[in-house]
Design a protein. Structure first.
Length: 257
């Protein structure tokens, strides 16, 4: 469980978030909803007239849970890149926090709590829209929110570790261009990864986004299997734990002298 210092830092982040939550909602909620409307209600009709997607589900029902989890990845990545480097180098918020009895691991825990809050609230809002669109075929779709939370943390931890090692922010543009966007497009959000070339297909299987998208989709469609669910959850938990340990070490080395 997070300690008192981690919770205090989390509350500080929440206080700051109150001043810009409206603008952050545009990227984390409105953009995925527009994707859902544009792809699910227009392109989706063409897909459904053709061979459709595996399992016989409509394209809207196939797409919606994938977008929910992919949006969690983007929110978590955004909150763990520039804000973390800024708190280390420019604003020096982390130095101020470490002037208290807080430790580097408390910073990380508080940061991940905040990312979890952002992902959960955004995913819940998107879930409401998903239900209004009639894009769920099972009441288990509500469990897609904790899946999105875990997927978001699986990206927040490594991006935080990366940000803690950087001196300049140029690498974040490359991160978005060469990792986040390709994962968004080719990790099963819009079409099954089985349609990719074999090498890219196996790469997709190794990414946390594919595991999150697949599990959320199975929950939304009511096709979830206990064994596969445990596999996806275990992968996401192990990935998050490993990278969180590396992120804590990176923050310790960067900030504690």
């Amino acid at each position: 469980m997070p300690g008192a210092a981690a919770v205090s830092f989390f509350r500080q982040r929440l206080t700051a978030h109150r001043h810009y939550w409206r603008s952050s909602a545009i990227g984390s909620v409105l953009e995925p909803v527009l994707f859902l409307a544009a792809m699910g209600l227009t392109l989706g009709t063409l897909v459904d007239r053709g061979p459709g997607v595996p399992g016989g589900a409509g394209y809207l029902a196939f797409l919606a849970p994938g977008l929910l989890v992919a949006a969690a990845m983007q929110t978590a990545t955004g909150e763990s890149s520039y804000p973390v480097l800024g708190a280390i180098k420019w604003d020096r918020v982390y130095e101020a926090v470490l002037a208290t009895p807080a430790r580097a691991v408390d910073l990380l825990a508080g940061h991940l709590l905040y990312v979890g809050f952002r992902v959960t609230t955004s995913a819940t809002a998107f879930l409401v829209v998903l239900l209004l669109f009639g894009a769920a075929q099972s009441p288990l779709v509500v469990l897609a929110v904790p899946v999105a939370l875990l997927t978001g943390l699986a990206f927040a931890a490594p991006v935080t570790a990366m940000a803690a090692r950087l001196e300049e922010d140029a690498a974040f543009a490359a991160l978005q261009r060469f990792l986040v966007v390709p994962l968004f497009l080719f990790s099963g959000t819009f079409f099954p990864v089985s349609q990719l070339p074999a090498a890219l297909e196996w790469f997709a299987y190794a990414t946390p986004l594919w595991h999150g998208v697949t599990l959320a989709r199975e929950l939304a469609l009511g096709t979830v299997d206990g064994g596969s669910a445990l596999l996806h959850l275990g992968y996401l938990l192990a990935w998050t734990a490993a990278w969180a340990a590396l992120a804590a070490r990176a923050l310790q080395r960067r900030l504690v002298r």
